[in-house]
Write a protein that binds this ligand. Structure first.
Ligand code: UD1
Length: 429
């Protein structure tokens, strides 16, 4: 069993490079299924467990994939199996992203229904409903979504709520459909913009990505192309919190600042200085900018945070900012509006001396002077990052088990922190 062991008290300093965005890389890899010919060359692919999972998924379908450093070369012309088995989907819900591309290109798909997960029920009803509106016949049998279609038809689809992978799935379905599709109340996350830019490079016709309404005119076929994945805004935000909580002073070489708007203003209010080192374009949400991040004041200030779909404060940064606020002066209120059960880290932070009370989707955090190192257990991906951040600031040693959650979404996290001066290591017992 592996653990990450961190001894608190070191101020971080030096430079760190952020990897490619997991939540962009996954849909981009799924989108390569749409290419009837040619090779897709993807660059800046992070080295993560979730990436291994989706690569295995596509290989199982007959895709030819070669991997070197941060690059993937994917040929999907010989794909002849249209299944996503339970064994893979249960380890990564984003496997559902193959459903749209498979139905669009092959008219067939058999994809395991993702179950609930630690942070909430997370249904995929909106993915299914949208595909049905495009003419697919879908049945759910024996835990599998079984879909068939002749050629998908353009449709006017209005999401009941903005869903990130739902929007991506339907975008990928619509690019090969006959006619025009409108996706209304679409999610606006930067990763959706990254996917749209990639699909356009493959030959798709898409407008309006990054707004509430995406309009897609279906084309006959798409081809492989080359593309570089945007930097990971959540990894960048996590390192900003690491600099703040350790009273450090670091340079992030490629922070996607424009995509981090809501996070940056909150961190600044708490007392962390975030200073771009070059001019940056507020509209260039896929670009990375060098930025200096340091603790500005001795004291951290409390504040209220409400997670919301983009451009609101991301739920994927909630555990990290909560950890920071456990050490702020005064009381903070955190409302989690996206997932119903995303406070699992609270119980572990309490074991480290944090003063947090949870009532439904609200957490009240009263700042304490110090956290104390303890043995803790990661419950999900972002919770694991929150616990390591807590360990950076805590007295003594924190040992976090269930490291596989961290490895799903952070590449070499402890190595990057060690290079910034943290006393941290991974141990096997
Ligand atoms: C994506 C991200 C995840 C992030 C989340 C919210 C990826 C691979 N994952 O997950 O890191 O935490 O966005 O920013 O990009 N919902 C339904 N029915 C559906 C689909 C969603 O009710 O068919 C609900 C969900 O339960 C949730 C809300 O919509 O309450 C938003 O979820 P969604 O945006 O779909 O999250 P994911 O795409 O799974």
């Amino acid at each position: 069993m592996e653990s990450i062991v961190v001894k608190g008290g070191r101020k971080l300093s030096g430079e760190v490079v952020i990897g490619g965005a997991k939540n962009s890389a996954l849909p981009l890899i799924a989108a390569t299924l749409l290419a009837e010919n040619g090779t897709s060359d993807l660059d800046n692919i992070p080295n993560l467990r979730d990436i291994n999972t989706i690569v295995r998924l596509l290989e199982g379908m007959g895709a030819e994939i070669t991997r070197s450093d941060n690059k993937l070369k994917i040929m999907t012309s010989a794909v002849n199996d249209f299944q996503a088995p339970y064994e893979l989907v249960k380890t990564m819900r984003a496997s559902i992203l193959v459903l749209g591309p498979l139905l669009a290109r092959f008219g067939k798909a058999r994809v395991s229904l993702p179950g609930g997960c630690a942070i909430g029920a997370r249904p995929v009803n909106l993915h299914i409903k949208g595909l049905e509106q495009m003419g697919a016949e879908i049945e759910v049998e024996h835990g599998y979504i079984i879909g068939q279609a002749k050629r998908l038809q353009g449709a006017d689809i209005s999401f009941d709520m903005p869903t990130v992978t739902g929007t991506e799935n339907l975008m990928m379905a619509a690019v090969l459909a006959e006619g025009i599709t409108h996706l209304r109340n679409a999610a606006r996350e930067p990763e959706i913009v990254d996917l749209a830019v990639f699909l356009r490079k493959m030959g798709a016709q898409i407008e309006g990505e990054g707004t509430h309404t995406i309009v897609i005119s279906g084309v006959e076929k798409l081809e492989g192309t080359d593309y570089r994945v945007m930097p990971d805004r959540i990894e960048a935000g996590t390192f900003m919190v690491a600099a703040g909580i350790s009273a450090g002073d670091i340079i992030i070489k490629n922070a996607p600042l424009a995509a981090l708007g809501g996070v940056i203003s909150k961190l600044q209010e708490i007392g962390i200085s975030i200073e771009p080192l070059t001019d940056f374009d507020e509209d260039a949400i896929l670009a990375g900018t060098p930025v200096r991040v340091r603790r500005e004041s001795l004291e951290l200030h409390s504040l209220d945070v409400k997670t919301m779909p983009y451009p609101g404060f991301p739920t994927d940064m909630q555990a990290q900012i909560m950890t920071l606020l456990t050490l702020a002066q005064g009381t903070s209120v955190i409302s989690e509006t996206v997932f119903e059960n995303r406070f699992m880290h609270v119980f572990e932070l309490q074991r480290m001396g944090a003063d947090i009370e949870v009532e439904g989707r609200i957490a009240v955090v009263r700042g304490v002077d110090t956290l104390s190192g303890a043995q803790v257990m990661a419950s999900d991906l972002r919770a694991s990052a929150g616990l390591i951040l807590a360990g950076l600031a805590a007295d003594g040693e924190t040992a976090m088990s269930r490291v596989y959650h961290l490895d799903r979404g952070y590449s070499g996290f402890e190595k990057k922190l060690e290079a910034l001066g943290a006393d941290i290591k991974r141990i096997s017992t």
